[in-house]
Design a protein around this ligand. Structure first.
Ligand code: GLN
Length: 479
């Protein structure tokens, strides 16, 4: 398969039209239909969009390139489900800003990718449309909640996709699928038109097979958006430039709380080896501490459920989506619509979130979690005074078997132990391939940067990628 850069090159050199590139991608999506990566493969819409690109001959960074987005992004006239039965037939009435930006950069969107319902989950098993299968081993999860976004890139169906990351939903599936995934700084990318899960944590970001492609995607989607008041009004650097500058003199912080006993030995070995590569390349290692890490999961699951319970109140059968029991009156309509429309994990979170926000428990849970969040922000501020970026495993283990954790939500939540803090601090993070375990499953290396310093993260990631060949390996049966 080709990278974004290679496909764009084919298009610019007129070796392939956008229509041909879209057709090829659609054929690959059909060939790999068993992965269940797509909720909607939009063949008609994609070919129409490709014809327009062929007529206009754009020269943007994604010119002619087929891509796909998580089914959380509004795409005008296209079904947008959030992986939920409650929006199972919902057709978006407008475009997310990021969808518009992909098009403005010359890309062709071929479909909407599978995901955990409302982005709640770490394995894609909470999708109303069935789990996504990991291209490296179909009995295993591709990760979640952006599982389809990761699998579509890992299976080389499209060279780039978009997902969202609230507590790890880009980095964890990227790690499990052997590709690059980046969660930008909170506010770096517009959330307008992206269905909200936990608004103070949600952030849009790219998946790709290489760091340079990741930079091209980020450059295309980043920037201020007057329609999202939380988007940052800062210039967007040319992310794809200067990526080959290396890491001489770069200080990498190794947080001791991320190197504990719970890590699978193969993951530990791979991350240690990656750290050694950085040393060889001239980076300096610094021991740092993020002392409140042990409270991160608890605080995250209080805050995200609180925000989710509020955000999801709008799915009540009145204006859009599923509507059941209308004839019986308002309360029965709410009751039936939400009982039948939401899956178990969403219900669990709405209940938990409503509880932690309730008058008697607000101080004990929600407020306390907010205070922990502040402590976590300070942990990172202190650590980043000593280094340019932190280096950690993305997940303590590799892709687990489908069904392995579905009966135990707490075990599922623990998959996020190394990813949630970054969201609570609003910082950028990237996961990149750093090896394989004894079962042949990919291992992810995580780099956590300073606010709005994605460019440094990409440069640091690229230095490692150039020195290694993990990113060149493809899953069995994938060319
Ligand atoms: N796995 C985490 C959760 O279930 C993170 C999800 C996400 O980042 N969207 O909340």
């Amino acid at each position: 398969m080709s990278t974004i850069e290679q496909l764009r090159e084919r298009f610019i050199a007129k070796k392939a039209s956008a229509t041909e590139l879209a057709r090829e991608a659609i054929a690959r999506a059909k060939k790999h239909a068993d992965l269940n990566a797509f909720i909607t493969l939009d063949e008609v819409g994609a070919l129409k969009a490709a014809a327009a690109v062929d007529a206009q001959r754009p020269e943007g960074p994604l010119a002619g390139v087929p891509v796909a987005v998580k089914d959380l992004f509004m795409q005008d006239g296209t079904r947008t489900t959030a992986g939920s039965k409650i929006l199972g037939d919902h057709v978006a009435a407008y475009d997310a800003t990021t969808v518009q930006k992909l098009r403005a950069a010359g890309a062709v969107i071929i479909g909407k990718l599978n995901m955990d319902e409302f982005a709640m989950g770490s394995s894609n098993e909470n999708s109303a449309f069935g789990p996504v299968k990991n291209p490296w081993d179909q009995a295993r999860t591709a990760g979640g909640s952006s599982g389809g976004s990761a699998a579509a890139v890992a299976a080389r169906i499209v060279p780039g996709t978009l997902g969202t990351d609230t507590g790890g939903s880009i980095r964890e599936p990227a790690a499990f699928s052997g590709i690059v995934g980046m969660k930008p700084t909170y506010g770096r990318v517009s959330r307008y038109g992206v269905i909200a899960f936990a608004s103070s944590l949600d952030q849009v970001g790219p998946f790709a097979t290489t760091v340079t492609d990741t930079a091209h995607l980020l450059a295309a989607i980043a920037g201020h958006d007057p329609k999202d008041s939380t988007s940052a009004d800062r210039p967007v650097p040319a992310y794809a430039r200067g990526l080959e500058d290396g890491v001489k003199g770069v200080r990498l912080g190794v947080p001791k709380e991320y190197f504990t006993d719970g890590i699978a030995p193969d993951v530990r070995r791979a991350v240690d080896a990656a750290i050694a590569v950085y040393q060889k390349l001239g980076a300096t290692l610094v021991d740092v501490s993020l002392p409140h890490t042990e409270h991160a999961i608890a605080a995250y699951y209080l805050l995200c459920t609180a925000e989710a319970s509020s955000n999801l109140a709008r799915y009540d059968g009145v204006r859009y989506g599923l509507s059941k029991g209308r004839e019986a009156g308002l309360a029965p309509m709410y009751d039936r619509t939400r009982s039948e429309g939401f899956g178990d994990e969403v219900k669990r979170r709405v209940l938990l979130g409503t509880y932690v926000l309730s008058a008697g428990y607000y101080d004990a849970y929600y407020l306390k979690a907010q205070k922990v969040r502040t402590l976590i922000v300070r942990d990172f501020q202190k650590a980043h005074e000593q280094c340019d970026a932190l280096i950690t495993p993305t997940v303590p283990f590799t892709a687990f078997a489908l069904g392995e954790k579905t009966q135990d939500p707490l075990q599922m939540y623990l998959a996020d132990v190394f990813t949630v803090s970054c969201n609570m601090a609003g910082l950028p993070g990237v996961s990149l391939p750093c090896g394989f375990d004894a079962k042949g499953l990919p291992i992810g290396l995580q780099l956590l940067g300073k606010a709005f310093d994605e460019h440094a993260l990409l440069r640091i990631a690229r230095a490692y990628e150039r020195e290694t060949s993990w990113h060149e390996r493809t899953p069995p049966g994938v060319a």
